[in-house]
Ligand binder design. Structure first.
Ligand SMILES: [Zn+2]
Length: 347
């Protein structure tokens, strides 16, 4: 069964629509003081998110997380596929039949990507089995507490219901978020690789931001470029706020060489974003995430999101302002951020 889920991701931040062959959830698929809090009072998860303090806003107590653990389905596949030698095609067919959950865009490109990830990952799975067997329990955080901190920081989405899928990826550390069945905000976090807490904050920010209580973005993988840029920028800035102390590249999740190149092409990248800011759809999303963008670098949507949100926040807007801007106003908001950036961040 082919499922389409979307993931605008995320940890590897190559996110995107996510398609699962047999997965569980139909799916598609990165400052200022907020809400009266001073910087000093901004909740910080540090590396101990289980310690949730009274800083949680009471408005965030209506949130809910349902955990779906797909690791057991993966183990059924892996144990079956390991019993007897299989050729690659047979093993891939078994993966699709017994498991089939991967972070990938829809369509033939996604099909090719999913198999490539799987083939590259196969020999690495044995060493990761101890972690995989821990499933969602091995994350080491309390998802509900993290969700409440995100809601408190954004000051909206207090009744957000999130479905959290723990899955086994291909060691690409690619978490993602997408609108699930019934409109439930759904996020997927891999267990075998990546910074699960950072990914959780990033993806929960997408879920809360896209919820009815905030911007009510329902476009999934067909989202506009402006939605993509703002969504990723907001998710990275919230992660930076709640898990501070890392260099920029940690939140951007690319390579340092990629970031250095992006910085050297900052003006050209932003001009490219501006030129296409009114576009939407899967082709545009691919171009500015997986694809070569406007300057040939890749992941330019993420870089632009990081730069533009910084300019908007430095210019006096709040995370709450960004999270509650309706979709029709986002192209203008992104354009304003680009203009502020080009003027040295002076509104
Ligand atoms: Zn993201």
């Amino acid at each position: 069964m082919i499922r389409i889920g979307g993931g605008f991701r995320c940890v590897m931040r190559a996110s995107y629509l996510m398609v699962s062959f047999a997965g569980i959830a139909g799916c598609i698929s990165h400052q200022q003081p907020q809400n009266g809090m001073s910087d000093a009072a901004t909740p910080s998860l540090g590396r101990s998110p289980n310690v949730v303090s009274a800083r949680i806003d009471s408005a965030a107590r209506g949130t809910r997380i349902t955990v779906v653990d797909l690791t057991k389905e993966f183990l059924v596949f892996f144990d079956s596929a390991s019993k007897t030698p299989l050729d690659r095609d047979s093993r891939w067919a078994m993966w699709q039949r017994l498991y089939g959950f991967a972070a990938r865009p829809p369509g033939p490109f996604g099909d090719t990507l999913a198999r490539r990830l799987f083939e590259a990952a196969w020999d690495r799975y044995p060493a990761a089995l101890p972690r995989i067997r821990q499933g969602a329990e091995g994350f080491g955080f309390v998802p509900d507490s993290v969700l409440r901190q995100v809601v408190t920081l954004l000051g909206c989405g207090g009744d957000t219901h999130v479905q959290l899928i723990a899955f086994v990826g291909g060691f690409e550390a690619n978490a993602f978020a997408f609108p699930g069945p019934g409109g439930i905000q759904t996020i997927a976090i891999p267990v075998e690789a990546g910074d699960a807490l950072g990914a959780l904050v990033h993806e929960l920010t997408h879920a809360v931001h896209h919820s009815k209580g905030c911007a009510n973005i329902t476009s999934g993988y067909e989202m506009s470029l402006a939605e993509l840029v703002l969504s990723e920028g907001l998710a990275m800035r919230v992660t930076e706020r709640l898990i501070p102390g890392y260099p920029s590249i940690h939140y951007l999740a690319g390579s340092q060489a990629w970031l250095d190149s992006s910085n050297s092409r900052r003006t050209a990248i932003l001009e490219g974003i501006q030129q296409h800011i009114s576009e939407s759809g899967g082709a545009t999303a691919r171009r500015f995430t997986f694809g070569s963008g406007a300057t040939g670098l890749g992941r330019e949507g993420y870089y632009a999101g990081w730069v533009v949100t910084e300019a908007l926040l430095d210019g006096g807007l709040s995370l709450h302002d960004l999270a509650t801007t309706p979709s029709p106003h986002l192209p203008a908001l992104i354009s304003r951020g680009i203009a502020w950036e080009e003027r040295g961040r002076s509104p």
